[in-house]
Design a protein around this ligand. Structure first.
Ligand SMILES: Nc1ncnc2c1ncn2[C@@H]1O[C@H](COP(=O)(O)OP(=O)(O)OP(=O)(O)O)[C@@H](O)[C@H]1O
Length: 224
């Protein structure tokens, strides 16, 4: 799925922020990525969807060797990876339903209206289908972002601090959706510094916890 061998990365050719990272994301598994603010969680997620390329080591994502990706490879990879950003952006003049369907429309693919309705209901946004994004609450924005991230049926779902701005109830509601996705066979990787969130999720699903510490990646102990 995602394989890293001795991967390093530094911004703008500078000193390595991340180094010597060896990682294998296991298909169908729920993973957390944790570490203090500024440790490189977002950077590592960006490597996973080839938004950044490693400056050292070897890395493959869903069978694509990141070193020699063509434009077509990048497009193919991005289709297989759904990303929920920390602060998701929408086209504010388009209703929520159209925003969620955007990956399909951009790809020139038809929108199955029944499937779109099901997806909206799954993220509990049925009543907000025609609303404009600025009217959504923080939790609703994250759930809309999740729906948009999975509309192309990716194999891997990455979420970057998806609960960072949410209260506990809203956070757990979002985590339930990620757990459901995982139980349906998707590989999930959630970056968070919230250890309570990790513990509450681990009570419901088997999850591996990866921790960035000192610029490299470690598997966290069973206490987490
Ligand atoms: N585009 C960039 N150019 C240069 N430095 C960057 C860039 N993006 C991030 N950094 C730096 O890289 C380091 C890691 O940032 P990153 O956002 O990956 O950390 P993080 O663990 O996700 O942090 P947080 O939990 O606060 O979101 C920080 O020092 C940050 O300032």
């Amino acid at each position: 799925m995602i394989e890293m061998r001795d991967v390093g990365f530094g911004y703008h050719g500078g000193a390595e922020l991340l180094s010597g990272m060896t990682l294998s994301l296991q298909p169908g598994m729920f993973h957390f990525l944790t570490g203090p603010s500024g440790s490189g969680k977002t950077t590592l997620l960006r490597l996973c969807y080839a938004d950044l390329l490693p400056t050292a080591g070897q890395m493959t994502a869903l069978g694509h060797e990141l070193r020699d990706l063509s434009r077509d490879d990048i497009a193919a990879l991005r289709r297989q990876v759904g990303v929920v950003h920390q602060d998701p952006q929408f086209l504010d003049h388009l209703p929520v339903a159209e925003n969620i369907a955007l990956p399909l429309t951009v790809a020139g693919e038809p929108v199955d209206m029944d499937a779109l309705r099901d997806l909206l209901n799954w993220v509990q946004l049925g009543p907000q289908a025609r609303a404009l994004p600025p009217s959504l609450s923080g939790g609703e924005r994250q759930r809309a972002a999740l729906a948009r991230a999975v509309i192309l049926s990716p194999d891997l779902v990455l979420a970057d601090e998806p609960t960072g701005n949410l209260d506990w109830d809203m956070s757990m509601r979002l985590m339930q959706l990620l757990i459901e996705l995982n139980k349906s066979g998707k590989t999930v990787l959630v970056a968070t510094h919230d250890l309570n969130l990790i513990r509450a999720t681990k009570a419901q699903v088997t999850a591996r916890v990866l921790r960035i510490s000192g610029g490299t990646l470690q598997l966290a102990g069973a206490d987490l």
